[in-house]
Ligand binder design. Structure first.
Ligand code: 6PG
Length: 212
């Protein structure tokens, strides 16, 4: 609820368009459902996009976009931008197309808010330990591969995350405590989000913060 209220509060600042990158996985779903119940969110002036996505059809149960549609956006008429799957031949082509979409949303400005989760291995978005995307220095959105499984992903890169105004990391449960500690020591991919100019907020519960 604290994270939901903070995200809603951030959407109310300013008067023009506002953009927010949505995290995937299971942690944010409960927060999205709380935000979905709030009327004082600037729904009609927000451009929603995805901090990362799996390389699966939009309707696939593994899709982060499908989860965000179901939990947060529901029946609302909002601007929700998703990386193409059917219209793209490869993850690389989809990521390149999506980067152009995001640049048109950001314009000369920058990402306003990017929501992120944290994996037990210290990954965030789809920036996995030992994966190629960790080394991206130019493109804002890239295809990536999970080393252990070969699974294809699409993810915001560090250049995009470092350029954001706010990064909000949400992590709960004892299974994330070690990754939180290691991230605060900047020894994980999630820890490297601190290398840019973004204001970073970690929203943790007692269990995930228990080793700090
Ligand atoms: C994804 C997410 C990923 C997620 C972490 C935590 O595509 O799965 O973007 O970075 O945030 O893996 O996942 P849980 O919230 O399910 O623990």
């Amino acid at each position: 609820m604290a994270a939901a209220q903070r995200v809603a509060e951030l959407t109310r600042g300013g008067s023009g368009r506002f953009n927010i990158g949505l995290a995937g996985g299971s942690t944010p779903e409960a927060m999205y459902r709380m935000i979905a119940e709030m009327d004082d969110v600037g729904w009609d002036r927000i451009d929603f996009w995805l901090s990362d996505e799996r390389w699966v059809p939009w309707t696939d149960e593994r899709s982060n976009g499908a989860m965000a549609s179901r939990a947060l956006l529901q029946e609302r008429e909002v601007s929700f931008h998703r990386p193409p799957f059917d219209g793209a031949s490869t993850p690389e082509a989809s990521a390149a197309h999506y980067a152009d979409t995001l640049r048109s949303i950001f314009g000369p400005a920058q990402p306003d808010v990017v929501l992120l989760g944290l994996g037990a291995d210290g990954h965030t978005a789809s920036l996995f330990p030992g994966s190629p995307a960790l080394n991206e220095t130019e493109r804002i959105y890239v295809a990536n591969t999970i080393p252990e499984t070969g699974e294809r992903r699409l993810t915001a890169s560090y250049p995009l995350l470092w350029s954001a105004r706010h990064l909000i990391v949400l992590a709960t449960g004892i299974s994330k405590a070690e990754a939180v500690k290691e991230s605060f020591a900047e020894r994980t991919p999630a820890g490297r989000i601190a290398e840019g100019g973004a204001r970073i907020e970690w929203h943790l519960d007692h269990e995930s913060a228990s080793l700090l």
